[in-house]
Design a protein around this ligand. Structure first.
Ligand code: FES
Length: 125
């Protein structure tokens, strides 16, 4: 059996309301992962591309967060309505969606956490 062409890890971590880092799935519904799985299946990609629920990916401030391997593409602030674009543009088309991307230089840095918090705050307005 061949390896998956893309393996999506979708953070489903829950934290209590008001936690300073926030979390990716406050309701604990797994809805984003489920939506991705359905979209992949609808495009006939379910044997080739896998979407798994993950625990905290430590990019909480950017949440909801997912990472796509082996490409190493990190997306933050992902909404259900972004799923068709992720499947069509990134998985099928090989294009990174810049407005969802967490820049590499902001992964695991204090500046990145601040930037993520700002982006999340801007998106909530
Ligand atoms: S809670 Fe999702 S990355 Fe930490």
């Amino acid at each position: 059996m061949s390896a998956f062409s893309h393996h999506l890890f979708v953070c489903g971590n829950q934290r209590a309301d008001g936690h300073p880092r926030g979390c990716c799935d406050p309701a604990g519904s797994g809805e984003l992962r489920d939506c991705l799985k359905k979209a992949l299946k609808a495009r006939g990609l379910d044997g080739q591309v896998r979407a798994n629920q993950a625990g905290c990916l430590d990019q909480c401030e950017w949440g909801p967060t997912l990472v796509i391997y082996p490409q190493g593409i990190w997306y933050g602030g992902v909404k259900l309505e972004d799923v068709p674009r992720i499947v069509e543009e990134t998985i099928i088309g090989g294009k990174v969606i810049e407005e969802l991307r967490i820049p590499d230089q902001w992964l695991n840095t204090p500046e990145g956490k601040a930037a993520g918090k700002q982006r999340r705050s801007d998106a909530a307005r």
